[in-house]
Design a protein around this ligand. Sequence first.
Ligand code: ADP
Ligand code: MG
Length: 657
Amino acid sequence: MIDLKEVKGIGLNTLKYLNDLGINTLEDLVTYYPFRYDVYKKTDMSNVNDGDHVVLDGICENNPNVYYFSKKLNKMSLRLNTGTKIYNVTIFNRAYLKNKIKPAMGLTVIGKYDAKHNSIVASNMEFGMLLKPKIIPIYHSNFKINSKKIHQIISKVIDKVSVHDYIPVYLNEKYNFISKDLALKIIHNPNNLKELKAAKDKLKYEELFVFMAKMNYLKSSNKINLGLKREVDFTLIKNFINNLPFSLTKDQLKAINDIYEDLTSPRQMNRLLQGDVGSGKTIVSFVALYINYLSGYQGALMAPTEILAIQHYNNMQNLFPDLKIGLLKGKLKAKERRELLQELAMGQIDVVIGTHALISDDVEYKNLGLVITDEQHRFGVSQRGNLKNKGLTPDILYMSATPIPRTYALTLYGDMDISNIKTVPNGRKKVETILKSNKEIKDVLYLMLEELKKGHQIYVVAPLVEESEKIDLENVNELYEKMQKAFGKICNIGILHGKMTNSEKDSVMKEFKEGKVKILVSTTVIEVGVDVANATMIVIFDAFRFGLSALHQLRGRVGRNDFESYCILISDKETKRLKILTGTNDGFKISEEDFKLRGSGDLFGLRQSGDMHFKIADLKQDFELLLTAKEDSMEYLKKEQSDEYLKNMLQVSSSLD
Ligand code: ADP
Ligand code: MG
């Protein structure tokens, strides 16, 4: 793996910005794929309407004029002669181009047509005429580095890179795939749509092939492994269940039973526990940890975020005061961490709860018998592999609130066992979902006030902007200020976003839980698992920007007690997704609909990393390809019979020549 530091022409600052995007190696860089392409194709200007998006080229007629509104804000205008007509073109904040643009120069302009003034308000401008359609790759970018710059950096190195191709030669031949190096070049600089498709086909297949090979490999190694034998008296578990402040639902009991059977059988457990948000998976996982403890083993519970890990830790410690439970956070003081690790290694800790810090190399267990991962789709296959290898052959339980439609689950997980919790606990009220437009914001504020008067709490979620963290942050800050203005006098308002440190996040969450903070303004950080029963309303701005499952997860933050609860979706567009959401509270239905409507990328949330997060393939669109890759990989693994291939595959190799 070549560190980006060793690549010439990438300055220190740029390096840091790339690192922030998760790009650390040369391989990361060249496989940082565009998430879409803009195609610049000349618009037929004889047939345009006011407000249309247009692409046109022509000759610049004059020296551009620049008007400064302020130091930072300016407007440049020029006249563009297309050969048939002359248009006035304006563009904002490009004063720096003034001296580069001269009369008689060819220009390509991308923007909006304004019929009344026969002008174009340009969003982009390129030097030269557009001789043939141009395909511009668009990358996810952040604060400091934009898509264009990323493209430049990649273009600089791409010709010199040679990357390992994981597809065996005979399969490359069978499908007539182009070489991987060529595919990478094309994916970042396609000349036409046809070659772009060939490049995508190659890279998608490779990604799915590697994924399926890993899955199949892990599965086959599971089968060989014999699980732990345990003897646990079920009456102890019954007693515990009977002493809970609530009675468990039928599905919860069934899941516990499934798990008990698995744990006490000599086979290794490999089970997925699926259940809608708020269906009560956590308590099931605690009981599983208890069974494991009673049989004399340590257990580990891995959560996707620190907030969630802390929540689980507190809850479990409350329910099991006699158990020694450890909390392994990313940012423990060196001494605390050392002590905790020592206790773990000595077997003084019965259950450890943490984030993926649990799978760090230095974490050793004395006798790990059960590993549970919450929100399992957020973790990668290889990460889970690591965890498993820490102990003898621990039993495995995965939990997920995003149910995967059964066919897909079976394809991906094959022989994994599945327990479903289909009902939410009794007494849980349906969350009333209300659609409002931005114009109706006053109504929304009144509804919020009503809830506050009742002493309830409210989540406010800022619009999500996938392409830019900067805008994300601006949005959440702006919303916070609005809320301050509206409610600052009557209650405390907290803010939560990804740029805060963990301890800042923890302290806000704590205040919200304790009811000191009444309104929590946040990005989707709260999406996963957070449980504050007194929160009865969630207000989601620009709801159309979120995927269906993400919205459903967010909605699941409320409706956690006997009070009426509300989810207010603010959106000026009424989409099919939002209608589905107002129509049903059933997560299984929603996930099916989501799968029908959109690709897997959206189903599992664009920003999530983990199994389902493919860089280029899409589970839904490429489902046929996945099936092919699955069969091919199984056949290949049978032939290969060696770990070498897998080891190579997990290791990334690329070189500069
Ligand atoms: P999820 O499945 O989304 O992880 P949780 O396990 O966080 O859901 O459960 C949500 C809330 O419901 C928790 O406060 C939990 O204590 C409560 N709960 C779980 N099971 C029941 C039940 N059978 N009856 C009443 N409340 C329950
Ligand atoms: Mg949960």
